[in-house]
Design a protein around this ligand. Structure first.
Ligand code: GDP
Ligand code: MG
Length: 163
Protein backbone atom coordinates (compact mmCIF):
# COMPACT_ATOMS: atom_id res chain seq x y z
CA UNK A 1 0.00 0.00 0.00
CA UNK A 2 1.28 3.40 -0.93
CA UNK A 3 1.38 5.91 1.88
CA UNK A 4 -1.30 8.57 1.80
CA UNK A 5 -0.38 12.22 2.25
CA UNK A 6 -3.09 14.80 2.91
CA UNK A 7 -2.82 18.52 2.34
CA UNK A 8 -4.80 20.58 4.81
CA UNK A 9 -5.13 24.29 5.45
CA UNK A 10 -7.57 27.09 5.15
CA UNK A 11 -8.82 28.11 1.73
CA UNK A 12 -6.58 30.08 -0.57
CA UNK A 13 -3.26 29.14 1.01
CA UNK A 14 -2.23 27.27 -2.14
CA UNK A 15 -3.10 23.63 -1.43
CA UNK A 16 -4.32 22.93 -4.95
CA UNK A 17 -1.34 24.66 -6.50
CA UNK A 18 0.93 22.52 -4.35
CA UNK A 19 -1.09 19.43 -5.21
CA UNK A 20 -0.55 20.10 -8.90
CA UNK A 21 3.16 20.59 -8.44
CA UNK A 22 3.50 17.45 -6.35
CA UNK A 23 1.56 15.25 -8.71
CA UNK A 24 3.11 16.72 -11.83
CA UNK A 25 6.41 15.38 -10.67
CA UNK A 26 5.13 12.14 -12.14
CA UNK A 27 2.69 13.15 -14.89
CA UNK A 28 -0.03 12.04 -12.59
CA UNK A 29 -3.55 11.31 -13.55
CA UNK A 30 -5.59 13.31 -11.14
CA UNK A 31 -9.17 12.38 -10.76
CA UNK A 32 -11.99 12.69 -8.33
CA UNK A 33 -13.29 9.57 -6.71
CA UNK A 34 -16.89 10.51 -7.18
CA UNK A 35 -19.32 9.04 -4.74
CA UNK A 36 -16.60 8.07 -2.33
CA UNK A 37 -15.51 11.47 -1.27
CA UNK A 38 -16.80 14.92 -0.96
CA UNK A 39 -14.44 17.74 -1.63
CA UNK A 40 -11.39 15.64 -2.10
CA UNK A 41 -9.03 15.08 -4.96
CA UNK A 42 -6.68 12.16 -5.14
CA UNK A 43 -3.52 12.03 -7.18
CA UNK A 44 -0.50 9.86 -7.62
CA UNK A 45 2.86 11.32 -6.78
CA UNK A 46 6.42 10.10 -6.81
CA UNK A 47 9.61 11.53 -5.41
CA UNK A 48 13.04 9.92 -5.66
CA UNK A 49 11.42 6.63 -6.57
CA UNK A 50 9.00 6.75 -3.68
CA UNK A 51 5.37 6.65 -4.70
CA UNK A 52 2.55 8.01 -2.61
CA UNK A 53 -1.05 9.04 -2.90
CA UNK A 54 -1.80 12.69 -2.42
CA UNK A 55 -5.10 14.05 -1.16
CA UNK A 56 -6.13 17.64 -1.69
CA UNK A 57 -8.86 18.68 0.66
CA UNK A 58 -10.68 21.44 -1.09
CA UNK A 59 -13.77 23.41 -1.47
CA UNK A 60 -15.40 25.60 1.01
CA UNK A 61 -18.93 26.48 1.61
CA UNK A 62 -19.64 29.62 3.51
CA UNK A 63 -18.39 33.01 4.52
CA UNK A 64 -20.04 32.74 7.88
CA UNK A 65 -17.19 32.72 10.39
CA UNK A 66 -18.46 29.84 12.54
CA UNK A 67 -19.21 27.47 9.73
CA UNK A 68 -15.97 28.46 8.07
CA UNK A 69 -13.99 27.27 11.08
CA UNK A 70 -16.20 24.21 11.42
CA UNK A 71 -15.72 23.34 7.79
CA UNK A 72 -11.97 23.55 7.98
CA UNK A 73 -12.00 21.40 11.08
CA UNK A 74 -14.23 18.83 9.39
CA UNK A 75 -11.86 18.78 6.44
CA UNK A 76 -8.96 17.99 8.73
CA UNK A 77 -10.90 15.28 10.54
CA UNK A 78 -11.60 13.64 7.18
CA UNK A 79 -8.01 13.96 6.09
CA UNK A 80 -6.74 12.45 9.31
CA UNK A 81 -8.88 9.38 8.81
CA UNK A 82 -7.25 8.66 5.47
CA UNK A 83 -3.77 9.92 5.81
CA UNK A 84 -0.47 8.48 6.92
CA UNK A 85 1.14 11.90 6.66
CA UNK A 86 -0.39 15.33 7.02
CA UNK A 87 0.95 18.51 5.48
CA UNK A 88 -0.39 21.71 6.95
CA UNK A 89 -0.18 24.48 4.39
CA UNK A 90 0.07 28.06 5.66
CA UNK A 91 0.15 31.31 3.72
CA UNK A 92 3.34 33.31 4.01
CA UNK A 93 1.76 36.25 2.24
CA UNK A 94 -1.21 36.73 4.49
CA UNK A 95 0.56 35.70 7.70
CA UNK A 96 -0.78 33.70 10.64
CA UNK A 97 -4.53 33.63 11.00
CA UNK A 98 -6.85 32.51 13.74
CA UNK A 99 -7.79 29.50 11.64
CA UNK A 100 -4.17 28.42 11.44
CA UNK A 101 -3.96 28.36 15.22
CA UNK A 102 -7.14 26.38 15.36
CA UNK A 103 -5.76 23.83 12.90
CA UNK A 104 -2.45 23.51 14.70
CA UNK A 105 -4.29 22.94 17.99
CA UNK A 106 -6.48 20.34 16.36
CA UNK A 107 -3.57 18.45 14.83
CA UNK A 108 -1.73 18.52 18.12
CA UNK A 109 -4.80 17.29 19.97
CA UNK A 110 -4.97 14.38 17.54
CA UNK A 111 -1.39 13.54 18.31
CA UNK A 112 -0.69 13.20 14.62
CA UNK A 113 2.72 14.43 13.52
CA UNK A 114 2.50 16.86 10.65
CA UNK A 115 4.72 18.71 8.25
CA UNK A 116 4.20 22.38 8.07
CA UNK A 117 4.90 24.45 5.03
CA UNK A 118 4.68 28.20 4.65
CA UNK A 119 3.66 28.71 1.06
CA UNK A 120 3.98 31.75 -1.21
CA UNK A 121 7.58 32.22 -0.21
CA UNK A 122 8.48 32.94 -3.79
CA UNK A 123 12.17 33.53 -3.19
CA UNK A 124 14.77 34.08 -0.55
CA UNK A 125 13.71 37.67 0.00
CA UNK A 126 10.35 36.44 1.25
CA UNK A 127 11.80 34.21 3.94
CA UNK A 128 11.44 37.01 6.49
CA UNK A 129 7.73 36.16 6.51
CA UNK A 130 8.58 32.89 8.26
CA UNK A 131 9.24 34.61 11.57
CA UNK A 132 5.51 35.15 12.16
CA UNK A 133 4.94 31.44 12.02
CA UNK A 134 7.32 30.57 14.81
CA UNK A 135 4.62 31.99 17.07
CA UNK A 136 2.63 28.84 16.28
CA UNK A 137 5.32 26.82 17.99
CA UNK A 138 6.20 24.89 14.87
CA UNK A 139 9.73 23.65 14.95
CA UNK A 140 10.57 23.52 11.30
CA UNK A 141 8.26 25.31 8.91
CA UNK A 142 9.36 24.72 5.33
CA UNK A 143 9.37 27.80 3.14
CA UNK A 144 7.90 26.84 -0.22
CA UNK A 145 6.59 28.45 -3.36
CA UNK A 146 4.02 26.07 -4.80
CA UNK A 147 3.73 28.36 -7.77
CA UNK A 148 7.41 28.85 -8.58
CA UNK A 149 9.08 25.87 -6.95
CA UNK A 150 11.23 27.63 -4.41
CA UNK A 151 12.01 25.30 -1.47
CA UNK A 152 10.01 22.52 -3.06
CA UNK A 153 12.68 19.85 -3.32
CA UNK A 154 13.84 20.33 0.29
CA UNK A 155 10.28 19.89 1.44
CA UNK A 156 9.75 16.80 -0.72
CA UNK A 157 13.00 15.26 0.50
CA UNK A 158 11.90 15.69 4.10
CA UNK A 159 8.37 14.46 3.48
CA UNK A 160 9.44 11.27 1.73
CA UNK A 161 12.50 10.54 3.81
CA UNK A 162 10.82 7.89 5.96
CA UNK A 163 8.39 6.51 3.40
P1 GDP B 1 -6.27 26.51 -2.03
O1 GDP B 1 -7.60 27.17 -1.82
O2 GDP B 1 -5.58 26.31 -0.72
O3 GDP B 1 -6.35 25.25 -2.81
O4 GDP B 1 -5.35 27.54 -2.84
P2 GDP B 1 -5.04 27.60 -4.41
O5 GDP B 1 -4.03 26.59 -4.80
O6 GDP B 1 -6.31 27.60 -5.15
O7 GDP B 1 -4.33 29.03 -4.52
C1 GDP B 1 -4.94 30.21 -4.03
C2 GDP B 1 -4.26 31.42 -4.65
O8 GDP B 1 -2.93 31.53 -4.19
C3 GDP B 1 -4.18 31.36 -6.18
O9 GDP B 1 -4.45 32.64 -6.67
C4 GDP B 1 -2.75 30.94 -6.44
O10 GDP B 1 -2.28 31.41 -7.66
C5 GDP B 1 -2.03 31.60 -5.28
N1 GDP B 1 -0.79 30.88 -4.94
C6 GDP B 1 -0.66 29.55 -4.71
N2 GDP B 1 0.62 29.23 -4.46
C7 GDP B 1 1.34 30.37 -4.54
C8 GDP B 1 2.74 30.68 -4.40
O11 GDP B 1 3.59 29.84 -4.15
N3 GDP B 1 3.07 31.99 -4.52
C9 GDP B 1 2.15 32.96 -4.81
N4 GDP B 1 2.60 34.21 -4.92
N5 GDP B 1 0.84 32.70 -4.97
C10 GDP B 1 0.44 31.42 -4.85
MG1 MG C 1 -8.01 24.20 -3.50
Amino acid sequence: MKPVVALVGRPNVGKSTLFNRMTRSRDAIVDDMAGVTRDRHFGEAMWEGRPFVLVDTGGFLSNDADSFAAHIRAQVEMALEDADHVVLVLDGKSGVSYYDRDLVDLLRAKGKPFFCIVNKIDGERHEIALTDFYALGIEEPFPVSAEHGYGFSDFMDALTEDM
